[in-house]
Design a protein around this ligand. Structure first.
Ligand code: NG1
Ligand code: MG
Length: 520
């Protein structure tokens, strides 16, 4: 599903009807504030949304398919392009509607490089990483002496930071899109934009997969998105069955903030390294074709999916059965459930520990004595399988429905059976994230327990975890009960601001992806 980023004429092209009144007010405020800040109106606004991941957690960087959907919350950047005056640099002025939290900056940037200091956690790093990716692409297209334009920017973001709804990818994608458009690219290719946003975001210090940027750029209103990374990046819209009004996804914040840039060495980046080491270890023990894997597009150059493809290269076994066999093989091969030391892994990979460190842990800082290869690989293979099972339920709901003529009672019973089957898969994901991947936290577990007891079919964390958001499949007539139970047992017991209370729970409808809006 390729194509170019849409240029919207009206906010109706961007938001669902229920979101419009609030959004119109917000956009008008942004345009007014831009005039106050810079003394004239902006020329255009670039927009990219956050996302909720429905299923497929922590497997994008192992190159397995995932199923996210865009949400209404987004990043909007109002922009005006300024004539360059300097011979060797351009100027970027960037400010935020929430100016007390996010101070304004002015940067003089040399034409030939965009410096980002990932060790200093500035909010503008995300803008700069989008800028860097876009400028590199523009210079690849138009020649190394291409001179980017100066820009004045005012941003407004409504995706909560560190909340598991991917504020970072929304910001990086909107920034890269703004820079492309400001520099004369009026038809920005979605795949190019996504790929550059994926690589750019890694410059901020997190070795992320590509799910968030794909969801942010490619999503279509009303559909979830199946994002695949092999053999190339593709995004396919998946419609929810329209005849199933019970299919409500409810997002609930834990208000435990997990800032990935800060926790990466012991959380996110460590998992990326563990998965990569598991791939090389399994390959070294099980593959007869050489000690090391051929390179692929995983963040560290090889992946569990790469091992999978290599191992089953000539096998006629269906993909789902291959995953099942990999689960069995992981258990019989990676038997040390308390983890593996660097020495143990290096010996199997026939390298020295310094070589291992240089190859796998030098580009991203991590801290660990032992690597839990078995548990991490088990999560990845079983989660990849759950995505396929979830997808086949959505695409062939009849596989669970009775084949004979159905009365209305049996139809509603079978809708319930269907939703329970989806919910069970989400619950299994949560178990796997908690037990094998160790990326949940007591608060997320608690939100899931409360929701299930109040009638949710399925409940799990969404996004990287260790805090942030949870997502729940809740029957329409139980949404209220679930909300009340959270209020009573979770939110009511915490000190939250009015604003936090209001944003705590959202019933999500899949929204559209990136867009440019031209200001007349
Ligand atoms: P969050 O923490 O929601 O931004 C992160 C990664 C994804 C994916 C999920 C876990 C980034 C930008 N995103 O999402 O690629 O790996 O965790 O499934 O780091
Ligand atoms: Mg993020």
């Amino acid at each position: 599903m390729a194509g170019t980023v849409p240029v919207a004429k009206s906010l109706k092209d961007i938001y669902t009807e229920d979101a419009l009144p609030t959004q119109i007010e917000r956009w008008e405020k942004l345009l007014r504030q831009f005039e106050t800040n810079y003394g004239h109106s902006p020329q255009f606004v670039s927009r990219s949304p956050g996302r909720v991941n429905i299923i497929g957690e922590h497997i994008d960087y192992s190159l397995y398919s995932v199923l996210p959907a865009a949400i209404t919350a987004d990043v909007i950047l109002s922009v005006s392009v300024v004539d360059n005056t300097s011979a060797d640099s351009y100027k970027i002025k960037v400010s935020n509607v929430q100016s007390s939290r996010f101070p304004s900056y002015e940067f003089d940037i040399p034409y030939n490089s965009v410096e980002i200091d990932a060790t200093v956690h500035e909010w503008t790093n995300y803008f700069k990483s989008g800028l860097r990716g876009a400028v590199e692409l523009l210079q690849k297209k138009h020649g190394a002496d291409f001179k980017p334009k100066s820009m004045e920017i005012l941003m407004d973001g409504t995706v909560p930071a560190g909340g598991g709804l991917s504020s970072s990818a929304a910001f990086v994608s909107a920034s890269a899109l703004a820079v492309m458009y400001a520099n004369g690219e009026k038809a920005v290719d979605k795949t190019e934009l996504t790929e550059l946003a994926i690589v750019s975001e890694r410059a901020v210090g997190v070795n992320s997969g590509g799910m968030d940027q794909s969801a942010s750029v490619f999503s279509l209103r009303g559909s979830a998105l199946l994002v695949s990374f092999v053999p190339t990046l593709t995004a396919r819209p998946i419609q929810f069955p329209k005849t199933n009004p019970e299919l409500n996804f409810v997002i609930a914040q834990s208000f435990v903030v997990s800032d990935k840039q800060v926790t990466a060495p012991v959380c996110y980046n460590l998992r990326v390294v563990e998965c990569t080491l598991a791939a090389e270890y399994l390959n070294a023990v099980l593959n007869k074709k050489g000690t090391h894997l051929p390179p692929d597009s995983g963040p560290l150059g090889v992946s569990l999916r790469g091992f999978h493809t290599n191992y089953f290269s000539d096998s006629p076994l269906p993909f789902e059965d291959q995953l099942k066999e990999l689960i069995t093989l992981t258990k019989s091969t990676l038997t040390q459930t308390d983890g593996y030391t660097r020495e143990e892994i290096a010996t199997v990979l026939k390298m020295t520990v310094p070589e291992l460190n240089k190859r796998f842990t030098s580009t991203v800082p991590i801290r660990a004595e032992k690597f839990k290869l078995c548990q991490r690989a088990l999560h990845v293979f079983s989660e990849a399988l759950r995505v396929l099972q979830f997808l086949s339920l959505l695409e062939h709901p009849s596989s669970l429905l009775p084949t004979s003529t159905s009365t209305s009672t049996s139809t509603s019973t079978s809708t319930e059976t269907f939703n329970r089957a989806l919910g069970d898969l989400m619950n299994q994901t949560q178990d796997s994230c908690r037990e094998d991947y160790e990326c949940s936290c007591p608060e997320l577990d608690e939100l899931c327990r409360i929701a299930r007891e109040a009638g949710a079919y399925g409940s799990r964390l969404t996004g990287a975890g260790w805090g942030g958001c949870s997502v729940h499949l809740v029957p329409g007539d139980k949404v209220q009960a679930v909300k009340e139970a959270w209020e009573r047992e979770y939110y009511g017991k915490r000190e939250l601001s009015e604003e936090q209370r209001e944003a705590a729970v959202v019933v999500s409808r899949p929204g559209g992806g990136s867009a440019v809006f031209v200001v007349e």
